[in-house]
Design a protein around this ligand. Structure first.
Ligand code: GDP
Ligand code: MG
Length: 439
């Protein structure tokens, strides 16, 4: 998609006849690319209209960078669409927060439930899981397995067939035990069926969730609008999680879901592993959708600072990104400051650091450096897989660096994310170095 939009813009700016007709043609081409990426057809029509309004082609004088202006207009407009302007529920410590999941079968509910329980556990909440999926054989076993792996307490039943009863019993039990986050996993169906919706409403009435989260598979495509609307009408939800964003799906469906339901996306699933979940960041998501990547801005900034990072550039051009590359980059960043600005440019780093001030942020960065300083040469020059093969390495590093295993995990998550981006950037980066893309 990104390539198509870029080339549409490029055609325009390269052509000698930069007239309004060429501009219209370009907007049409961008629109087609977006529809192909599963952005809702009506939304795209509106987007085309508002780009025409924001970019007044006739008034763009000579010498302005038309390409940048148009790209930015598309980007801003998409970011606006994916921002619901409503706040998701924030669980409170020391209180019971019940979170219920809904969604079609196979969308990733059970996986995401476990990821979310771990996420809260790692942030000091006492979290647990309740399996209210009595529809699918093996559902409880799956949740049990996931929960055990994530070291999260769980509740379910092999004999009770009424999901409402199981949900109620589980939530009541954990409430008594003063759990702070009780996550209720429900069953799905392959299609939206009245039966499923009735069941969801009954469970909602029985456990009175503080938040209901709808899980949507990124590959849902143009059906996203209808599906999210149908769920919203019966089992009203206050947040959306988009799963499988690591797959081949273009991900435009997510935009339609937000636009149709005015509900915020809170997390995205980025893989099957329990750590593969990220806080949703509109700008980052749209960058990825457009194939722009915040990385580009970072790379340009770093290039302008003339810091030593030949190896990293070479690696990225090859689609490679080692743990050592991460260390070099962070090292550079610590030299460059102000931290808050830099962190925002590295995909996911702001997410990892949370809303902390520069001082606390620097401390966190320092701890990340201690962690990487405790690694062996082999580990530093690896693609990170050695830690999956031998997780005991993380314990050693945590001990050696005076940090926690969780912090080591966070560093590796950060690395993995950047390595994935590097892989995707392989082609684009080469073009950029040759001056093809970018400014
Ligand atoms: P449920 O039926 O809604 O509970 O869906 P599951 O949680 O059982 O997930 C269905 C399949 O999708 C499983 O094979 C999961 O491993 C996979 N899955 C879930 N989330 C993700 C994700 O973010 N990325 C990838 N690649 N796979 C996922
Ligand atoms: Mg399930």
């Amino acid at each position: 998609l990104g390539r198509r939009i870029n080339s549409a813009v490029q055609d325009l700016t390269r052509s000698n006849l930069v007239d309004e007709k060429a501009f219209d043609g370009m907007i049409k081409e961008i629109g087609n690319a977006l529809v192909e990426a599963d952005v809702n057809v009506k939304l795209v029509a509106n987007l085309r209209k508002s780009i025409r309004q924001t970019v007044n082609f006739k008034e763009l004088g000579q010498g302005v960078n038309k390409k940048r202006i148009i790209q930015k207009a598309v980007f801003d407009e998409l970011c606006r669409l994916v921002d619901s302007h409503s706040e998701p529920y924030k669980p409170k410590k020391g209180k019971t927060n019940v979170i219920m999941f809904v969604g079609l079968q196979g969308s990733g509910k059970t996986t995401t439930c476990t990821k979310l329980a771990r996420w809260y556990n790692a942030r000091g909440f006492k979290a647990c899981l309740v399996c209210a999926d009595t529809f699918r054989a093996g559902a409880f076993d799956q949740l049990k397995q996931n929960a055990t792996k994530a070291k999260v307490p769980y509740y379910g039943s092999y004999t009770e067939t009424d999901p409402v009863k199981v949900a109620k019993a589980g939530v009541d039990k954990f409430k008594k035990e003063r759990f702070e986050i009780i996550i209720v996993d429900t069953s799905g169906r392959h299609r939206q069926e009245t039966e499923l919706f009735a069941e969801m409403v009954q469970i909602q009435e029985a456990v009175r969730p503080d938040q209901t989260i709808m899980v949507l598979d990124a590959s849902i495509g143009q059906q996203a609008e209808a599906q999210s609307k149908a769920f919203k009408e019966s089992a009203d939800f206050g947040a959306i999680v988009i799963t499988k964003t690591d797959g081949n799906a273009a991900g435009g469906g997510a935009i339609s879901a937000v636009a149709a339901t005015k509900t915020p996306i809170v997390f995205i699933g980025t893989g099957e592993h329990i750590l593969d979940m990220e806080k949703f960041e509109p700008q980052r998501y749209i960058s990825k959708l457009l194939g722009m990547g915040d990385m580009q801005g970072l790379v340009e900034h770093v290039q302008s600072l003339k810091l030593d990072q030949k190896d990293t550039m070479k690696h990225i051009a090859e689609g490679l990104f080692t743990v050592r590359d991460l260390r070099d980059q962070l090292n550079n960043i610590m030299k460059m400051g102000p931290l808050s600005k830099m962190a925002g440019m590295i995909p996911g780093l702001s997410n990892l650091m949370g809303d902390v001030g520069d001082e606390e942020g620097s401390m966190k960065l320092k701890r990340m450096m201690y962690i990487m300083d405790s690694m062996t040469t082999k580990e530093l020059d690896s693609d990170g897989k050695v830690f999956v093969q031998q997780p005991e390495r993380m314990t050693r590093i945590a001990r050696g660096s005076g940090t926690s295993v969780r912090e080591v995990e966070d560093v590796l998550t950060q690395h993995k994310m950047m390595a994935q981006m590097a892989k995707k950037m392989k082609g684009g980066m080469k073009a950029m170095q040759q001056g093809g893309m970018g400014r």
